[in-house]
Ligand binder design. Sequence first.
Ligand SMILES: [Fe+2]
Ligand SMILES: [Fe+2]
Length: 141
Amino acid sequence: MDWDAAQYGLGLEEMDGTHREFVALVHALQTADHDNFVFLFQKLLEHTRLHFVEEGRLMRLYKFPALAEHEGEHHRVYGDLLQFNRNVRNGRLALARAYVKDGLSEWFKLHVGSMDSALAAHILRSQEEGFAIEGLVQIGL
Ligand SMILES: [Fe+2]
Ligand SMILES: [Fe+2]
């Protein structure tokens, strides 16, 4: 899996930066040997936790209407990662390797194109409205 700005870029650096790191981690996992896989999977778990916490913060800050649906999806995926991690920590990598190769990268493509892109569009719209209102205040309207 490689970063593709045209496919994954949302035009909001706060989210794109995290997504670039996520793709780099998934890429590294896809080619990792046994020990590196175990190490990188722990990194992926922590990175994903923070990724979802940060999006949750943005959703609340910008009053994103589909918060419950989006966070439900995050919780589902994080729960899956925790499940796979039980195997990984016991040295059983086959299922986690298959998940990282197919399930997780497919999920990311879908999620970025739907829920994350809706969130980024909502934030960018809110920021533009905010600037417009600030502009009116500045000219005394
Ligand atoms: Fe995301
Ligand atoms: Fe998300």
